[in-house]
Design a protein around this ligand. Structure first.
Ligand code: ZN
Ligand code: ZN
Ligand code: ZN
Length: 159
């Protein structure tokens, strides 16, 4: 009988699981940095007293503020809005067919939620500029052997 660790599919599955757990841990630590997280009964974000069955957020607004930095669909829209619905590369200014790039690549994370979707890690690009970045990232990934640095350490961008 083969040992489980010889099975590449199993290993890939475990690796994905580990990455998910790391994302979860990072996101939990991220929650802990919110100003009122340590005080029960107050909204983590704005400190408003919680009523009824609310546990963390006082309102949809505070909740979506969080979602907008962690859930891909919301974060992507926020990034485009922040960037004025145009490619952020100097002198480009293209406003159609926009895509949103993870500055620190979201290797293996798919489009799941997590701290890699912080707005500081997102930039709006036109298709050709996004393609440039993707090609560069591919090259870099080969060089560093698939190791991704933690997102929050990289405010300035990798490339
Ligand atoms: Zn609030
Ligand atoms: Zn976060
Ligand atoms: Zn562009």
């Amino acid at each position: 009988m083969r040992a489980v660790t010889d099975d590449p599919e199993w290993e890939a599955c475990m690796r994905q699981f580990d990455e998910r757990m790391m994302d979860l841990k990072a996101a939990n630590e991220c929650v802990e940095t919110l100003p009122h997280h340590a005080t029960p009964g107050l909204c983590d974000r704005c400190g408003t007293e919680l009523t009824g069955r609310r546990r963390r957020w006082c309102s949809k607004r505070c909740e979506s503020e969080w979602a907008g930095q962690h859930y891909w669909n919301a974060a992507r829209n926020n990034a485009k809005r922040r960037d004025g619905q145009q490619c952020v590369r100097p002198g480009c200014g293209v406003t159609t067919g926009l895509e949103v790039n993870h500055i620190e690549p979201r290797i293996g994370r798919g489009y799941g939620w997590g701290c890699h979707n912080h707005l500081a890690n997102l930039e709006t690009l036109c298709k050709p500029h996004h393609q440039d970045v993707t090609n560069e990232q591919r090259k870099g990934r080969r060089a560093v052997g698939h190791i991704a640095a933690p997102v929050d350490d990289n405010q300035g961008g990798l490339w």
